[in-house]
Design a protein around this ligand. Structure first.
Ligand code: Q9C
Ligand code: ZN
Length: 661
């Protein structure tokens, strides 16, 4: 299986620059590229990546997406003087030419294609290309918004032709709408395009009607264009995560892409003068981690915008660290999306209901009470408790952002060691099944275990087999609690008992205070009231496999992120409902929480799961799912009721605005 992360950077792309005075374009500077690369070197991330050279994209490749006329204009600028360059640039909205622009833009295209080739050929699993000029505003016959050729669109078209791909997902997390990409693929059902963007009810550039949530694609491409407009500035980590849980991820897993491309702009990050948003660099680790669970891990991240040099370069580092498989940092701040974000999420879910099985039972009755057009919704943003402060205007705010980023840098200055997983091997037979990277630890001494367990489970002490398995489980747990490893796996004759013991031990250990327990078993552990130290979720028996995604994205992840656990304990016992791939994906997704600290306890009747779970714990990509089965109305309804009951406490569950607000 492919492993490794490609990094593509060519200093020559810093030669494209603005030669005259233009306050609109002067933020797109060469230092965006060089400072990102310097920061990667600083965190020793460059040396951990596979270096792949850039190349020039060919004319033929550029013509996959652009008109011959557009190519000729671009080509003709190579020999122009400043006056002529200025004149040609003025034909476009927010673009500047330099004599080296054409060469750089061809390198940006070629770098993107090199990345696609590296991933598709299996040379690496994923990667990032640091390119300039960016691409997503560029259209068939027009430069626009600092973009000349649409690097990501060309990459998608190239991947379709060269590798015969039928489903490509483009995730555009840049703060601007990639209208260029939308235009290129709006009739193409083989490319699913998702973009969130600062919109402010069409007041924000490029101020297009077609950037709103009701632009869902055209003709055969209906349903394959997803726009999530942000109508307020100040969106933060929880708004972005809510967008992933309630919009992008359900649709992306239903779409089941063969390749994922990211239009990776970091102007959606804190401190950016264009975006005015509040998301911190760590959130990009989470976004990246989620996308790594799709397409067998085949993920190509291609730079777009990002104009606050510090915020940009930290966020680039977070992305690359995550691509490399490092533990995902814990998100800071209160986990609750704002009202305006929830409104946008509700609107786009309603707009896409006809095209997606995962949304088929969506309640859209709110549409009758409200005009769907968003300027009329402006008045709805009146709940002060969940509304963000308006724009960052004062100097004070800027200083706060700088201070924040400085603090944050200290947090990640020393690279976290790569994920390590512990296991004990009772049955020598299963040893060869575990990935090589797993470290085998010695079991805990029998008397020690007895002493530990007898305090609260006196009757257990008699059962030899149980005690033995508890010994190994506790040894693994101790490695996690003392931070020698991130994840661990243990087998047990009764997973739910082991998990209960693990819980007691962790709480007594004193360090772990917020534990998330998940039971994926038929029978539940009896004693399970939530306390301030832990919460417990049960995957109830009888859930059909096809309700997996609605349960995971609609419930488990939102609760887990709201809770901000620092240890996750998962018991997997006999269950009819989940297949091996679903369990792997669940583990893969949960690795994004609690800084990847996970203890998996597998009931020994389910020993065939050991290998898949161990692979998921060390970060191997999740295998394919096969045909998407729609959820049942009954289960969707049950989850909705649960959400309604619990969303006051677990705010990330919110994805619709209650009637009457
Ligand atoms: N009044 C990227 O982030 N702003 N492009 C124009 C005109 C242009 C951003 C404002 C912003 C372009 C790749
Ligand atoms: Zn942008």
């Amino acid at each position: 299986m492919a492993s490794g992360t490609a990094l593509i950077y060519d200093e020559e792309m810093t030669t494209h620059k603005l030669l005259w005075n233009d306050p609109i374009c002067d933020i797109e500077v060469p230092e965006r590229l060089s400072s990102s690369y310097e920061q990667l070197k600083c965190y020793h991330l460059v040396e951990r990546c596979v270096r792949v050279p850039a190349r020039e994209g060919s004319e033929e490749e550029i013509l996959l997406v652009h008109s011959p006329e557009h190519l000729e204009v671009a080509k003709s600028t190579q020999t122009m003087d400043e006056e002529e360059l200025k004149r040609v640039s003025a034909n476009y909205d927010a673009f500047f030419f330099h004599p080296s622009t054409y060469r750089c833009a061809r390198l940006a295209v070629g770098a993107s294609l090199q990345l696609v080739d590296s991933v598709m050929s299996g040379k690496v699993c994923n990667g990032m290309a640091l390119v300039r000029p960016p691409g997503h505003h560029s259209q068939r016959s027009a430069a626009n918004g600092f973009c000349l050729f649409n690097n990501v669109a060309i990459a998608a078209e190239y991947a379709k032709r060269k590798y015969g791909l039928q489903r490509i997902l483009i995730v555009d997390w840049d703060v601007h709408h990639g209208q260029g990409t939308q235009y290129i693929f709006e009739e193409d059902p083989s490319v699913l395009y998702f973009s969130w963007h600062r919109y402010e009810h069409q007041k924000f550039w490029p101020s297009l009607k077609e950037s709103d949530y009701d632009a869902v694609g055209l003709g055969r491409g209906k349903g394959s264009n997803i726009n999530l407009p942000w109508n307020k500035v100040g969106m933060g980590n929880s708004d972005y995560l809510a967008a992933f849980f309630h919009v992008l991820l359900p649709m992306a897993f239903e779409f089941d892409p063969e390749l994922v491309l990211v239009s990776s702009g970091y102007d959606s990050g804190i401190g950016d003068p264009e975006g005015q948003m509040n998301a911190t660099p760590d959130v990009f680790a989470h976004l990246t981690h989620f996308l790594m669970q799709l397409a067998n891990g085949k993920l190509c991240v291609i730079l777009e915008g990002g104009y606050h040099l510090k915020s940009l370069s930290e966020s680039v580092c977070m992305t690359v660290k995550t691509l490399l498989g490092d533990p995902v940092p814990q998100i800071s701040g209160e986990m609750a999306p704002c009202l305006s974000a929830i409104e946008s999420i509700q609107n786009v879910r309603a707009a896409h209901k006809p095209y997606w099985k995962c949304l088929m039972y969506e309640d859209t009755s709110f549409l009758q009470n409200l005009s769907t057009k968003s300027h009329l919704l402006e008045k709805a943003n009146t709940n002060p408790s969940t509304e963000h402060e308006s724009k960052i205007t004062s100097k004070d705010e800027m200083v706060k952002v700088e201070r924040f980023l400085e603090l944050h840098m200290k947090n990640i200055l020393f690279p976290v060691p790569p994920i390590k997983t512990a296991a004990t091997i009772e049955s020598k037979a299963s040893a060869h099944l575990l990935p090589l990277s797993i470290r085998v630890v010695k079991e805990m001494d029998m008397n020690e275990v007895k002493a530990l367990v007898s305090a609260f489970y006196a009757d257990l002490v008699k059962e030899e087999e149980t005690l033995l398995s508890l010994g190994s489980m506790l040894a693994v747990l101790d490695k996690i609690l003392t931070k020698q490893v991130c994840t661990g796996i243990a087998e047990s004759p009764t997973a739910s008992v082991s998990v209960a013991v693990a819980l007691r031990h962790s709480v007594r250990f004193g360090f772990q205070r917020r534990i998330l327990m998940i039971h994926v078993c038929e029978k539940q552990q009896s004693e399970k009231t939530n306390s301030k130290h832990y919460i417990s979720l049960n995957w109830k028996e009888g859930a059909e496999g096809n309700d997996f995604f609605s349960a995971v994205f609609g419930f488990i992840l939102p609760v887990a992120y709201s809770y901000q656990a620092n240890l996750t304990v998962i018991a997997v016992g006999p269950n009819k409902s989940l297949g091996i791939n679903e369990i792997s994906l669940l583990f893969g997704l949960l690795r994004g929480l609690a800084e990847s600290r996970i203890l998996a306890v597998i009931e020994n009747t389910e020993i065939n799961l050991m290998q898949s779970v161990a692979k998921a714990l060390v970060g191997d990509p999740t295998p394919d799912f096969g045909v998407y089965a729609p959820p049942t109305q009954e289960k969707v309804h049950k989850i909705k009721i649960l959400r309604d009951q619990l969303q006051q406490e677990w705010k990330m569950l919110q994805c619709s605005v209650k009637n009457g607000i």
